[in-house]
Write a protein that binds this ligand. Structure first.
Ligand code: ZN
Length: 138
């Protein structure tokens, strides 16, 4: 019934090593996004394989896998993602603790809160330096 139940432990490990064909890589990544159970299995596998000497987050970052694209982080901030994807991004940020994505998210928050202000200031500066804009030109 679900894709996740058809994915073996050895396939999950192969996925971590990017040792599968592209189609299967994509299938497993999508299944991971959708399945809490599969994520849990992956975490256990990583911990077993690394005998607890490497944290899950380190493995994740080392593999450069599964970072959501920046636009997805933006949608995450807006709460505009499908719930499965939203959960995945939260998992990535909070459980995996990906510093790159946390920094990206901070950056997005900053630009979101300052952007309209900056834009307005630029428009004012432009208007005053041009000095020729009609008053009703807005
Ligand atoms: Zn990330």
């Amino acid at each position: 019934m679900t894709v996740s139940s058809s994915i073996s432990d050895s396939e999950l490990l192969a996925w971590l090593d990017e040792d599968l064909d592209t189609e299967r890589m994509t299938e497993i990544e999508l299944a991971l996004r959708a399945s809490e159970e599969l994520k849990s299995r992956l975490i256990v596998l990583i911990q077993e394989r690394d005998h607890g000497t490497v944290t899950v987050g380190e493995v994740w970052r080392r593999q450069h896998l599964s970072c959501p694209p920046r636009h997805e982080l933006g949608s995450f901030l807006l709460g505009a993602l499908d719930s499965a994807v939203h959960d995945y991004v939260r998992f990535h940020l909070e459980i995996i603790g990906c510093r790159t994505c946390q920094a990206n998210l901070e950056d997005l928050k900053q630009s979101r809160s300052t952007a309209p202000d900056v834009l307005e200031r630029r428009q004012r500066i432009f208007a005053s330096s041009a000095g020729k804009l009609p008053r009703d030109g807005k």
